[in-house]
Ligand binder design. Structure first.
Ligand code: IPM
Ligand code: MG
Length: 356
């Protein structure tokens, strides 16, 4: 029996998670796997119910599970709260940290049916298939913060801290992933300015002799942002620190047509966490407008990465491809001549495809 913790969270989380759970149940039935789902509270929803965005019970549920499926957290309703009680800083970041999830895998793949939905010219993105490895438990997100009153206002501080072991483990993972793919690895930093980046670059470079089949290069993050829109297909595996990875993956997501298409896996600890890279989209929450495909594709990543179920993962991905091929689109990826459907219907279509 495989235990899966389900944390819908806030905003569109409640709409995009159920279709992903249904897809998992369907492949489970089809291939004879027994998945047990337990739902937990996280984010603003948890705060409203329990007074804390990451209740102990939720953390325990995750620790006792084999994998976690998360929707999204946050929204304007909780923005006024003291920062440690806000869904992002009070729940999502500590959850990643507590579970030891130091690497966030964000595959950037352009479905052929959606190449025309990208903001870039079709020939620049069609066939794009890259993987961004984002360091997830260090850097500015977790460094010491301060806000001190001074004459004229405040002095505000965020600290960008990395240790050699933190760089080492995520870099090794990226080298290994690059080895399994095309053998090309780009490490992204700002070594011309930041001490942490200089060490990052030096250490990543020092590992290269251990991975002779990987062709390593380094790129400054500002140039990388430009290269991603200039010629995205020059990249295969990219590794970068937390904040740079956050920014570059939103940019990369748009290359695929919509941020609503990008799944992710956060790994490195005992239990992995799977979540779409987008947020809780409060503006469209509850309106049956959200794209559930990033979460459904995150479920496929769960099958592949945690459960080693390649065939089952591919089944979900093929179902998504087939539904797109039939012309169904949510609003974010809608194009002339296609059939626009809501969140619920898109989920059903994928399910019907799996059930054949
Ligand atoms: C992401 C999100 C989060 C992050 C937010 C919601 C804290 O943007 O997963 O990319 O910055 O890590
Ligand atoms: Mg982000």
């Amino acid at each position: 029996m495989a235990k899966i913790a389900v944390l819908p969270g806030d905003g569109i989380g409640a709409e995009i998670v159920p279709p992903a759970v249904e897809a998992l149940k369907a492949v489970g039935r089809k291939y004879g796997h027994n998945f047990e789902f337990t739902t937990g509270l996280i984010g603003g929803a948890a705060y409203d119910e329990t007074g804390h965005p990451l209740p102990e019970e939720t953390l325990n549920l995750c620790r006792e599970s084999d994998a976690v499926l998360l929707g999204a957290v946050g929204g304007p309703r909780w923005e006024h709260l003291p920062v440690h009680l806000r869904p992002e800083v009070g729940a999502l970041l500590p959850l990643r940290k507590q579970l030891g999830l130091y690497a966030n895998l964000r595959p950037v793949r352009v479905f052929p049916q959606l190449a025309g939905a990208s903001s870039l010219k079709t020939e620049l993105v069609s066939g794009l298939d890259m993987l961004i490895v984002r360091e997830l438990t260090g850097g500015l997100y977790f460094g010491e913060k301060k806000k001190e009153p001074i004459a004229g206002g405040y002095r505000v501080i965020d600290t960008l801290v990395y240790t050699t072991p933190e760089i080492d483990r995520v870099a090794r993972l990226a080298f290994e992933l690059a080895q399994k793919r095309s053998g090309k690895l780009t490490s992204v930093d700002k070594a011309n300015v930041l001490e942490s980046s200089r060490h990052w670059r030096e250490h990543v470079q020092s590992l290269a002799p251990e991975y002779p089949r990987v062709e390593l290069s380094h790129m400054y993050v500002d140039n990388c942002a430009m290269q991603l829109v200039r010629e995205p297909k020059q990249f295969d595996v990219m590794v970068t620190e937390n904040m740079f990875g956050d920014i570059l993956t939103d940019l990369a997501a748009q290359l695929t047509g919509s941020i609503g298409m990008l799944p992710s896996a956060s790994i490195g600890g005992e239990v992995a966490l799977y979540e779409p890279i987008h947020g809780s989209a409060p503006d469209i929450a509850g309106k049956d407008l959200a794209n559930p495909l990033a979460t459904i594709l995150s479920a496929a990543m769960m099958l592949r990465v945690t459960f080693n179920m390649e065939r089952e993962a591919a089944e979900i991905e093929q179902a998504v491809t087939a539904v797109l091929e039939k012309g169904y689109r949510t609003g974010d990826i809608m194009q002339p001549g296609m059939k626009q459907v809501g969140t619920g219907r898109m989920g059903e279509l994928v399910l019907e495809q799996i059930l054949g």
